[in-house]
Design a protein around this ligand. Structure first.
Ligand SMILES: [Mg+2]
Length: 278
């Protein structure tokens, strides 16, 4: 067995996972995030359907620091100053998938019988996005600042939804179901972004065994959870629950940040990594 120290990368969904579904707060996790960051014994990497603009605003209230982040469901990877290597002089943003304007173009080119059932963020005012998401008006404005994906509400039948999926697949656009919305993105997923970041860290930290831990609560998190070395499913009392039969996937004991703290503390303990109080 390897004697190298283990360095866990905690890839975490936000809504319903690190953040409470109702309050959008991560309060119960603040202390643990600070401990991990202060001791530099792992990295916490938000992986979210949110936009970079939303995440930047969130980083003012959640002590994530200027972390690496994956936004818009894996379409945008943002590496802050110092990544991927210490000599890098500027932050780097990697966009995979398909640009926002092209996704909108494909939506608007759909036959009316499908188009009429789609209410995307681009169709909605800031006030309408605020109402549908529960976000405040200012946050809704940041959610509309998109680079590579379009969330939408669907009002049609299941059969028509299948047809929509086929039309979009022909345009190389993937349809995924999130907690509240469906999402259209290019050929980018949360797990591809996770693999890309993990290999960057493995290169940067040859003295450590870099290990991926992924936490999420929605169907669009399941691929990432199953592709990680350790996967954690967060219970979702308000929406579609996900399940996995994989032996390296476990269930957190509670939803949201409370369950997140217990699950992440358990993983650190199992890996023999000791978190100190101060
Ligand atoms: Mg979620």
């Amino acid at each position: 067995m390897s004697k190298n120290p283990v360095y866990p990368l905690i890839f975490t969904d936000l809504d319903g996972t690190l953040l409470d579904h109702e309050s959008y707060s991560a309060k119960p996790a603040d202390l643990l995030i600070q401990q991990i960051n202060r001791q530099s014994i792992g990295a916490i990497i938000p992986v979210t359907s949110k936009t970079r603009a939303e995440l930047a605003a969130l980083q003012k209230s959640v002590p994530l620091g200027d972390a690496i982040s994956v936004t818009e469901n894996g379409s945008v990877i943002h590496l802050p100053l110092g990544y991927p290597n210490e000599g890098a002089s500027d932050p780097v943003t990697v966009r995979s998938g398909i640009a926002y304007a092209e996704i909108l173009h494909q939506i608007n080119a759909l036959p009316q019988k499908l188009r009429q059932h789609i209410t995307g963020f681009s169709d909605m005012s800031e006030a309408a996005v605020s109402k549908a998401t529960g976000l405040r008006l200012r946050a809704a404005r940041l959610a509309k600042d998109r680079e590579a994906s379009e969330p939408f509400l669907w009002s049609g039948s299941e059969a028509a939804l299948q047809e929509l999926g086929k039309c979009m697949a022909d345009a190389r656009i993937r349809m995924q179901r999130g907690g509240r919305f469906y999402h259209l993105t290019g050929d980018a997923t949360k797990q591809q972004a996770m693999a890309c970041i993990k290999s960057e860290f493995a290169k940067r930290k040859p003295e450590a065994d870099v290990l991926s831990v992924a936490l999420g609560d929605g169907p669009n998190d399941l691929g990432m959870i199953e592709a990680a070395d350790i996967g954690v499913i967060m219970p979702n009392p308000e929406g579609v629950s996900i399940h996995s039969s994989k032996s390296h996937v476990r269930m957190a004991p509670a939803p949201g940040p409370r369950g997140w703290v217990i699950a992440v503390r358990d993983v650190f303990a199992e890996l023999g990594l000791i978190l100190t109080e101060s």
